[in-house]
Design a protein around this ligand. Structure first.
Ligand code: HEC
Length: 119
């Protein structure tokens, strides 16, 4: 399980896009493995039969920039390219815009190796 405390290694703010903070990354990690239900398809971020790996720099639906990840989480993926079932807008959960931005911050950091898988 994830620690409640700050990430093990502090994230260098210079490596994060404008408007994204290490606090958002940590909040997004909590939501990813909890109330955002992302883990039900993406597992710990490494993906599986239902959803792609988010820990690498290969992207199926977006260009991987922060803004594109925010948009994707808002719209979902009605017609997946490589997976059998759709991702609903906001994963079908009542996520606020700040929560979506935190999730996108976490995915951004995960894909760049700025946070460890499962953190
Ligand atoms: C019902 C399963 C499911 C859930 C739940 C889900 N996703 Fe997805 N996700 C998918 C599928 C399917 C795709 C599209 C893959 C494809 O086109 O083959 C996708 C794509 C993505 C992508 C784009 C990946 C890429 O390579 O372009 C991101 C980012 C993403 N999801 C983040 C999230 C986040 C954050 C959550 C939680 C709020 C979440 N997903 C919840 C199934 C899911």
């Amino acid at each position: 399980m994830r620690e409640e405390s700050a990430p093990a290694a502090p994230i260098d703010q210079a490596l994060l896009p404008d408007g994204v903070t290490a606090t958002m990354v940590a909040e997004g990690g909590e939501l990813f493995g909890g109330g955002g239900i992302c883990f039900t398809c993406h597992l710990d971020g490494t993906g599986g039969p239902l959803a792609p790996d988010l820990t690498d720099d290969l992207w199926v639906n977006v260009d991987g920039e922060y803004g594109s990840i925010v948009e994707l989480v808002k719209t979902g993926v009605p017609k997946p390219i490589k997976h059998p079932g759709a991702m609903l807008p906001r994963a079908g959960m009542p996520l606020t815009d700040p929560q979506v931005e935190a999730l996108a911050a976490y995915v951004y950091a995960l894909s760049r190796g700025l946070v460890a898988v499962g953190q």
